[in-house]
Design a protein around this ligand. Structure first.
Ligand code: BES
Ligand code: MN
Ligand code: ZN
Length: 499
């Protein structure tokens, strides 16, 4: 469902539920005209002292005699404390409560939140409210078949912001949300349904002007000398698919390359994971899914940019054919790698993908997104994406975009001293760096294959898939990285326009 914007009055547009946001302390100054049509019910509630408009507080009233059946009073907390993120959370609260109440149509009054000066951000406050509201509605229901589940499945069918704002970026909002939904569905899909071959089919299903999708089969990857990536695939009966997307909407400028880790299931290989660490490893293609979603969004909006996307897709499985700890392989760059732990497979796939894209496309910059290390959540919990790279300007750009979308990034250092951690006795480098600094040594490994091309690595291992829900994310996939890089691209275009 897309959200709409309508220049209509609150008592004119028919809906099952009208949402009225209030700043604390709750007062009647904004909504007297509406209250007049429902027998002063709102005033009654406020006078009772039950509704103070504290952050997240909700009172739901059933009403008659007007075009809406329910009024949802929503607390936003103090006006002086409001932020874009609080508005997202408020939007989520309201829409989830409305859905719980079995409504099909929701309208939102923006009277309280239409003043552009109250939050810092590139859009008006109602944008963030609507964004949180729409993201919160996501559920993965494909395999919910019991009658009991079906009862709870009632979906909102129409959402409307009642606003006069003429240049509200409603399309940008809807494209961002639907791209996020697309990525979340891919990541939540069981690995049996989301093999490298399926992922390749999904990539090919994204069509549009200026978009080309190519799949390199195993033989072609062998010809390219991507033995590091292919080493990961050896244990699986699923054929590896090296997925390439070329979007050329931006004339002759050098492309930005986006590389997404796309391990459709990570068992660890012969360095097998313990059972509880393996449970959620369908998520190990979240970087790849985010990459596909970004291409879908960019091509649907026909943005004037050049992008290359790469997903080195494969499973990581143990078998008699699997790569063994101690084996040595050569990457596309010619560097040899001693594979001491087959569970450090993401970096093996990524360095060939990055090597390939630099060799064949000479991109102006490379950004990779990868569920790369368990150490990421040890360092940052589930609150931030770990960022490392070789280019401060590009990292600043990512940081700026992250501030806007609240997909927060936190930079970790790539000190030269970490090179030592990756010293191999028999090859140019080994694929693990020891017990300490695991988040960094994984990135440092990649850095050793990048060269001079500006590069940023985003470790999304702790943010791509949630074991506990967040205000506008249910458990499971979050599509982290999608809105982040779309915002980075949008900011670039905005800057170019101003220049
Ligand atoms: N896919 C995992 C990392 C991961 C862990 C992602 C938890 C999401 C949630 C990655 O391939 C992995 O297994 N990393 C190892 C590296 C180690 C063997 C050096 C890890 O972090 O344990
Ligand atoms: Mn692994
Ligand atoms: Zn992995």
């Amino acid at each position: 469902m897309e959200i709409k914007i309508k220049d209509a009055g609150e008592t004119e547009y028919k809906s099952d539920c009208l949402v009225l946001p209030f700043f604390e302390p709750a007062g009647m100054e904004l909504y007297g005209d509406i209250d007049g049509k429902i027998d002063g019910l709102i005033q009654k509630v406020i006078h009772s002292g039950e509704f103070k408009a504290k952050e997240g507080q909700i009172v739901l009233l059933y009403v008659t005699g007007v075009v809406f059946d329910r009024v949802l009073l929503l607390g936003l907390g103090k006006k002086t404390d409001i932020t874009a993120e609080k508005l997202r959370r408020a939007g989520a609260k309201a829409f989830l409560r409305a859905r719980e109440s079995k409504t099909e149509t929701v309208t939102v009054s923006v009277r309280a939140i239409s003043e552009t000066f109250i939050v810092q951000g590139v859009f008006s406050p109602s944008y963030y409210f609507a964004e949180g509201a729409m993201l919160s509605l996501y559920r993965y229901l494909k395999y919910k078949k019991s009658d009991e589940d079906k009862q709870d499945e009632k979906e909102l069918k129409e959402a409307v912001l009642l606003s006069k704002e003429v240049d509200f970026p409603i399309q940008w909002l809807n494209v961002n949300v639907s791209a996020s939904t697309f990525a979340r569905d891919l990541v939540n899909s069981p690995s049996k349904d989301m093999t490298p071959s399926t992922l390749a089919e999904v990539a090919k299903s994204i069509t549009g002007k200026n978009l080309k999708v190519k799949i390199l089969e195993q033989k072609e990857s062998e010809k390219e000398g991507m033995w590091s990536y292919l080493a990961v695939a050896k244990g699986s009966t699923e054929p590896p698919k090296f997925i390439l997307l070329e979007y050329s909407g931006g004339g002759k400028s050098k492309p930005l390359a986006i590389v997404g880790k796309a391990i459709t299931f990570d068992s660890g290989g012969l360095s097998l994971k313990p059972a509880d660490s393996m449970e959620d490893m369908k998520q190990d293609m979240a970087g790849g899914a985010a990459t596909l979603a970004i291409f879908k969004a960019v091509s649907s909006l026909k943005l004037p940019v050049n992008l290359i996307g790469v997903l080195p897709a494969t499973e990581n499985m143990p078998s008699g054919h699997a790569i063994r700890p101690g084996d040595v392989v050569t990457a596309i760059t010619g560097k040899t790698i001693e594979i001491l732990n087959t569970d450090a497979e993401g970096r093996l796939a990524l360095v060939d993908a990055i090597g390939y894209v630099i060799k064949h496309y000479k991109p102006e910059a490379v950004i990779d997104m990868a569920t790369l290390t368990g150490a990421c959540s040890i360092a940052l919990g589930n609150e931030a994406v770990a960022m490392m790279g070789n280019d401060d300007k590009l990292m600043d750009e990512v940081r700026e975009a992250a501030g806007e979308t609240f997909e927060r990034v936190w930079q970790m250092p790539l000190y030269e001293e970490f090179k030592e951690y990756l010293k191999s006795e028999v090859a140019d480098i080994k694929n693990i760096g020891g017990r300490t600094g695991g988040l960094i040594t994984a990135a440092y490994f990649i850095k050793e294959f990048v060269g001079d091309t500006p590069w940023v690595h985003l470790d999304i291992a702790s943010t791509a898939f949630l074991a506990k829900p967040k205000p506008y994310f249910v458990k499971g996939a979050t599509a982290v990285g999608v809105r982040l890089l779309l915002e980075l691209i949008r900011k670039r275009l905005e800057k170019a326009k101003k220049a």
